[in-house]
Design a protein around this ligand. Structure first.
Ligand SMILES: Cc1cc2nc3c(=O)[nH]c(=O)nc-3n(C[C@H](O)[C@H](O)[C@H](O)COP(=O)(O)O)c2cc1C
Ligand SMILES: [Fe+2]
Ligand SMILES: [Fe+2]
Length: 394
């Protein structure tokens, strides 16, 4: 692990986790990740912004020592999750005079999780500043990106925003800056989808709050630093908006291919109409790919056999993700093959109560066993309905 210069006085100490493949036992990490800490050297005082993930603490402390700094005045904790606060106790061991600077909510998170004494904290409010001499740290509370405790730290003199999880991407790479924008866009979108999407209205507020700041660099706590902030700010504006794209996500499973036949037919009809279709067989799906598709899509089709009176459990995962991530989806349709019973469309509706006001349910296609001629007609009708819902003026 090494420290690298963003500017002469601001170093990135990034714990690059090349091999990690799952975050929080939940989020797949095809590109690995990094836990970024930043050392800010002022004319009078030094500050460390966030630390590292507990398993990487020994290497992190070695890299911090290798910078040659002799004193540390502040450890800024932007967010209480352990991937950023986990190494604070170890930093305090080598710099016992340093104070942990954070907001009240984050202090609470840290004291509940880590052995950091009450008198080691300086609690800051929204907008408050702390001087390092020639640099001023300013704190902006930005709750819910990722937890209720999250804040950003800004240095006006260097026009740099330390945004913690906000704008982050799970990428393990040697690039200090986001030079490979295509790679970073994909990773940042995956990150947004799984971590940020439920908080779209907060994100819109935070983007407005940060808009007056002059920003040359955004330094997040995961992934590379943005030296072209407009790149990620514009993407976040688009993702967090209520404007959906004319895209259809089909989340499906089939045990005996009855449902697959309908999904294949529907896919063809939608493609004939020029609609963009993203299909996910939900058995063993990469939830990152699936949720990434939910960021933009106007329409989600759940296609599933009935299993023990409900949707197949792998499709339940998709329904659950749509529900908890509160995607901007406008239209939902259900395609179902059953053996003997039930109205699965109502069951699925009941599983999406948070989206009640925003969703319009299209007429479901519920089929006993193998789809027959009439069922294919019903799928033609569904394809028309999806097209019209997405092209209201036509
Ligand atoms: C494990 C299992 C549980 C099932 N539970 C139900 C059920 O509760 N109600 C029902 O109507 N059909 C049930 N079925 C029948 C399937 O829904 C039916 O065979 C359907 O056509 C399968 O569609 P597929 O070929 O797309 O898998 C069940 C089938 C299996 C294998
Ligand atoms: Fe987090
Ligand atoms: Fe994080």
């Amino acid at each position: 692990m090494i420290a690298r210069e963003i500017t002469e006085d601001i170093l990135s100490i990034s714990a690059i986790d090349w091999d990690r493949r799952l975050f929080d036992e939940l989020v797949p990490l095809p590109e690995g990740t990094s836990y970024n800490s930043y050392l800010v050297k002022g004319s009078e005082k030094n500050a460390l912004i966030d630390t590292a993930y507990p398993p990487m603490t020994a290497e992190y402390i070695a890299a911090l020592k290798a910078t040659g700094i002799r004193k540390l005045d502040y450890i800024i904790a932007d967010h209480g999750e352990q991937d950023h606060t986990g190494s604070i106790p170890a930093v305090l061991e080598i710099f016992p005079d340093a104070m942990v600077v954070t907001n009240a909510k984050c202090k609470d998170m840290i004291t509940e999780a880590l052995p950091v004494a009450e008198d080691k904290f300086i609690v800051v409010e929204d907008g408050q500043t702390i001087s390092l001499g020639d640099k001023t740290l300013q704190f902006f509370l930005t709750p819910w990106v990722h937890w209720p405790d999250t804040m950003c730290t800004y240095i006006a003199e260097d026009k740099i925003l330390f945004s913690c999880d906000f704008f982050g991407s799970h990428v393990a790479g040697s690039d200090l800056f986001a030079t490979n924008e295509a790679l970073v866009e994909d990773a940042a979108k995956r990150y947004y989808a799984e971590i940020m999407m439920p908080f779209r209205s907060f994100i819109r507020q935070h983007l407005e709050k940060l808009a007056p700041l002059q920003i040359d660099f955004i330094a997040p706590s995961h992934g590379p630093v943005y030296s072209r902030p407009a790149f990620i700010l514009d993407l976040y504006k688009e993702w967090a908006s209520d404007v959906a794209k004319k895209e259809v996500v089909i989340a499906y499973v089939s045990m005996y291919d009855n449902t697959t036949k309908m999904v294949d037919y529907l896919t063809d009809r939608l493609m004939e109409k020029g609609l963009s279709v993203k299909r996910f067989n939900m058995v063993g799906v990469d939830t990152g790919q699936f949720t990434k598709a939910l960021v933009d899509a106007s329409t989600v089709v759940f296609a599933t056999p009935t299993v023990l009176t409900g949707p197949h459990p792998s499709v339940v995962t998709g329904i659950y993700l749509l529900h908890v991530l509160k995607a901007k989806t406008k239209f939902v349709a259900v395609v179902n093959s059953y053996g003997w019973s039930g109205n699965l469309a109502d069951r699925i509706k009941d599983m999406l109560p948070k989206l009640k006001a925003q969703l319009r349910y299209l007429d479901p296609v519920l089929v006993k066993g193998l789809p027959k001629e009439n069922d294919y007609k019903a799928l033609d009708r569904l394809a028309d309905e999806i097209y019209l819902a997405n092209n209201p003026a036509s």
